[in-house]
Design a protein around this ligand. Structure first.
Ligand code: ADP
Ligand code: MG
Length: 354
């Protein structure tokens, strides 16, 4: 169990992390999700022990590992790290990359130290690189390089695997494939994983828990389904999956959008914090769209994008642009058409479409 208590990190006068609190259970897969510059890498470096917090502390399995005055360095912890840039050593072969931590990691099991070849072969097999054991990094593709970085990190079987945007340098197909690999490796090693990403799809697909960050602060912590179906802040609603933030007033459990006082929408599980701000988040797939004679908010189609299974519309409603996703089996509209938007009333519709 890793416990992060009130951790603040300042670079000079700039505060990169503000009083961050969370914990990670053994074997859990945590994603730290947020836009560029929000403090994700800073948080990962603190977890690894590369630097000390300005205030607050970090405990691992009940032991104080980092505070302002005391820090246990990375080499004394049983962690593995994978970086966006791969950070491979150009003069070492694939095999040597995997053997290096086995030889130097103080937590490597004795049996593996005694038979490093067997352990290296096992790990290279896990990541599908057993055939390429004698290649140098310059002769590897991006995906193969990232597999080497992954193999190097997991070889000594770390308790915690820290990954900083490990897939962002890869193309989309490889990213999808590597997602599965990383999930499988997580299952096989039972390591806790802290996975930093700015890609909400990755976080939703892979993590047990997502920590959503913005401007050095935690906005929300929850399971993928919780942060998607019940965002607690406007930031989470729009960052984790696209969301239209409709402004209006909440009267108990009924929402009345501004400009459309005759409309009343039911509460489909909106967080209190958003209600207090007079907001109703609506996912693109949650709109019910009908023609100009239909009921609801009147708008004009601004753009139409055919996406195979769905059609994505941009609809202008009272000077705001809403994104609407409709199945291709629903009536189709063209640019300039007047349409009516209402809310599909089913409870938890998000969950059904996740
Ligand atoms: P992320 O990984 O989410 O993109 P970082 O943790 O790298 O964000 O950075 C958070 C903020 O702290 C950014 O505004 C960045 O410019 C700043 N920052 C990061 N490292 C340093 C540093 N060594 N000195 C000063 N500012 C830094
Ligand atoms: Mg970063």
């Amino acid at each position: 169990m890793i416990q992060v208590n009130n951790v603040t990190k300042k670079y000079g006068s700039f505060t990169a992390l503000h009083e961050v609190n969370f914990h990670i259970r053994k074997g859990e897969f945590i994603a730290i999700l947020g836009p560029s510059g929000c403090g994700k890498t800073t948080l990962l470096k603190l977890l690894a022990g590369f630097m000390e917090p300005s205030s607050g502390d970090i405990h691992i399995d009940g032991r104080l590992t980092a505070s302002k005055n005391r820090i246990i360095p990375p080499e004394k912890r049983n962690i593995g790290m994978v970086f966006q840039s791969f950070a491979l050593w150009p003069h070492m072969t694939v095999y040597e990359h995997v053997v290096f931590p086995l030889r130097h990691h103080r937590h490597t099991r004795d049996e593996w130290k005694q038979d490093m070849v067997a352990r290296a072969q096992h790990v290279l097999k896990m990541v599908g690189l057993e055939q390429l054991f004698d290649r140098y990094p310059s002769k590897l593709s991006g995906g193969q390089k990232q597999r080497v970085a992954l193999a190097r990190a997991i070889a000594p079987l770390p308790d915690v695997l820290l990954m900083d945007e490990p897939l962002s340098a890869l193309d989309i197909e490889l990213r999808m494939e590597m997602r599965n690999e990383i999930q499988r490796i997580h299952r096989e090693t039972h390591a806790s994983v802290v996975y930093v990403t700015h890609d909400q799809g990755e976080a939703l697909a892979m993590a047990d828990q997502i920590i959503v960050m913005n401007n050095g602060k935690i906005e929300q912590i929850g399971s993928p389904e919780e942060v998607y179906t019940k965002p607690e802040t406007a930031f989470v609603a729009s960052f984790v999956g696209k969301c239209n933030m409709v402004k209006g007033k909440w009267h108990q459990n009924r929402f009345v959008p501004n400009e459309f006082p005759w409309e009343q929408w039911p509460d489909i599980g909106i967080a209190d914090s958003l209600k207090q701000q007079g907001l109703c988040p609506v996912r693109p797939e949650q709109w019910h769209m009908t023609g100009h004679k239909g009921e609801g908010l009147k708008g004009t189609i601004l753009s139409v994008q055919y996406q195979g299974k769905e059609i994505h519309y941009m609809v202008e409603v009272e000077n705001e642009n809403w994104t609407v996703h409709q199945s291709v089996f629903q009536p189709k509209y063209r640019i300039g058409d007047t349409v009516s938007l209402s809310l599909k009333a089913e409870k938890n519709i998000h969950a059904a479409t996740l």
